[in-house]
Design a protein around this ligand. Structure first.
Ligand code: FAD
Length: 423
């Protein structure tokens, strides 16, 4: 471990130069195997364990260097390509992800398939060496800058819903794929609708076999949970989105670092708005800290946040000791969205009519109003609050599983998603 640490440290000292472009740095990191050290050698990694790979992240952070490319493709697409892809697929995709040349999006959710993902209706029909895709996805984060997408599509109507799904890696740059950004109520537009009209995906872009894509989808979601759980882990400065379409690859890193610092400061203000400390400061500032009802709310928020902090520490300790995080992850996720809602309600009560303002001259630059309009996302993304409660009910409290009456019924005979039987 000490050898690895000093090798990584020396390499970073020799190669890190903020005046080079992001594309050059990411390319060099990938070629040296430092981008994702736990990926296979020659594919952006060195075949190390995840534990050893963490040492490299720590060294990148210590040097204040830019982190390897991050995005859904790197977090989930690379790992499932390693688990399910053949040699040719690994050759085609891993290095492009490791060096940030490509960013991928996750084409899972549909208007009628979110929590019940196995009800996807987007169809893929084989035509010789290619498959023709028709249907619609929604909530697709980052689709405007993605090079490829991880697509789950229905390929067999006669099989039960979990057994007729195929997992494709589809090229997003083609006439049959239309991406329409969705404007959010907080002003952002981070996700999109994606429409497929006779889109084409070659047969050799299937991961995990025809009709057996459900296993790959489940593995993808497990990597997503793991990635979300380790957010904020040391690994250098996060600057720039992967993929040529995002427009960052040719930019000198010194410029991107400046922008990243400003973005991070804004994000941290948003995150901090959920903490008892910020809401207490707001109450003082607004002269409401002697109001007994507000004080009661502040005490309640403080106690809740402390319990939630200890739960997260338990989950983190499990990962550090090489154990899979258990149901703590569901509890921590549920508690985080509950804490954000409590902070929202209390801060809006403190601000009164000022809570409706969202501009730089609003109290606290409108940060609490931004929180009020953004908080809903955390109760939905990565599994809704109700789904987390189901997991806790079944795995922690030992309650009976939800009935699954459709498990062995052909998909065409089900009323699911936005369709009715036989349509
Ligand atoms: C910020 C953000 C980013 C996202 N990015 C992506 C992305 O990049 N790619 C992608 O594919 N998807 C993405 N999603 C979509 C996300 O995965 C889905 O929104 C989520 O799975 C819920 O699905 P749904 O919206 O269809 O709601 P539904 O599943 O229709 O749920 C509607 C309501 O019913 C409840 N419900 C559903 N089933 C049950 C049950 N069995 N028991 C009790 N209650 C239930 C839910 O909790 C919810 O309150 C993103 C979502 C958000 C918020």
């Amino acid at each position: 471990m000490a050898d690895l640490r000093s090798e990584a440290r020396d390499w970073i000292a020799d190669h890190w130069d903020p005046n080079r472009t992001l594309g050059e740095w990411w390319d060099e990191l990938a070629r040296a195997g430092w981008a994702f050290p736990h990926w296979p050698t020659g594919h952006g990694g060195r075949g190390l364990t995840r534990e050893d790979a963490r040492v490299v992240n720590e060294e990148l952070a210590a040097a204040q260097a830019v982190a390897p490319p991050g995005g859904l493709g790197q977090m989930m697409g690379g790992p499932v390509t390693i688990d399910f892809g053949d040699d040719d697929q690994q050759d085609r995709w891993l290095m492009a992800l490791a060096s940030g040349q490509e960013g991928w999006c996750q084409l899972f959710s549909e208007p009628g398939a979110g929590s019940d993902l196995a009800s996807v209706q987007t169809r893929a029909i084989r035509d010789g060496d290619v498959w023709i895709v028709n249907g619609q996805k929604v909530w697709t984060s980052g689709a405007t800058s993605a090079t490829r997408g991880m697509l789950v599509a229905r390929t067999n109507l006669d099989a039960p819903k979990h057994r007729g799904i195929t997992y494709f890696i589809i090229d997003m740059d083609q006439p049959g794929v239309e991406v329409r950004p969705l404007k959010q109520m907080n002003g952002g537009a981070t996700f999109n609708e994606v429409f497929f009209t006779d889109a084409v995906v070659p047969h050799d872009c299937i991961l995990g076999g025809v009709d057996t894509g459900w296993q790959v989808a489940v593995a993808t979601l497990a990597y997503e949970r793991q990635g979300l759980g380790s957010r904020g882990a040391a690994g250098g400065i996060v600057a720039g989105t992967p993929g040529a379409k995002a427009g960052h690859l040719d930019v000198p890193m010194s410029e991107l670092i400046e922008r990243a610092r400003a973005d991070r400061a804004a994000m941290e203000r948003g995150q901090a708005a959920r903490s008892p400390k910020s809401v207490i400061a707001l109450a003082r500032e607004q002269g409401k800290n002697q109001d007994p009802v507000i004080r009661q709310g502040l005490a309640d928020l403080y106690v809740f946040a402390e319990v939630q902090r200890y739960t997260s520490l338990r989950a983190r300790a499990a990962v550090q000791q090489g154990r899979q995080p258990g149901p703590e992850v569901s509890i921590a996720k549920l508690a985080a969205s509950e804490q954000a809602r409590r902070a929202r309600d209390l801060s809006m009560r403190i601000l009164g009519a000022h809570g409706t303002l969202m501009s730089p001259d609003a109290p606290n630059d409108g940060t609490f109003s931004q929180l009020a309009l953004s908080v809903h996302g955390s109760s939905i993304a990565g599994g809704t609050d109700e789904i987390q409660r189901n997991i806790i009910g079944e795995r922690v409290l030992g309650l009976p599983k939800e009935p699954q009456v459709d498990r062995d019924v052909a998909f065409k005979d089900l009323d699911v998603g936005t369709r009715s039987r036989g349509s």
